[in-house]
Unconditional design. Sequence first.
Length: 118
Amino acid sequence: MGKVRACKKCGVNPTVTPRHAYCSPCKPVRENRTTGTTKQRGYGSKHVKERERYARIVKAGRATCARCGLPIAPDAEWHLDHTDDRTGYLGPSHATCNVRAAAKPRTVRRTRVRSRDW
């Protein structure tokens, strides 16, 4: 085992292992990506009730994905999908379809910039 280093922040306390840069008290805390209450994020009591209502339909095998239109298997993972502006619900969606749709606005299409129009 290598030499234990001093903490980068306080310079006094030893780090947990030679590979770590900070001691336990000085270790940076990652920001929680899910800020706000469940209601503020769109998952309040209304969402829970709607999900329970759709859960019966999915479990019976009568649900189709609001995003791709394919059937949702009763044992498949699914989400109650919000509208893109998060003001309402689209209905049940495959978990993958919902996550993919949420990632699309953040994905920037890179196009080649032409220096001249020929």
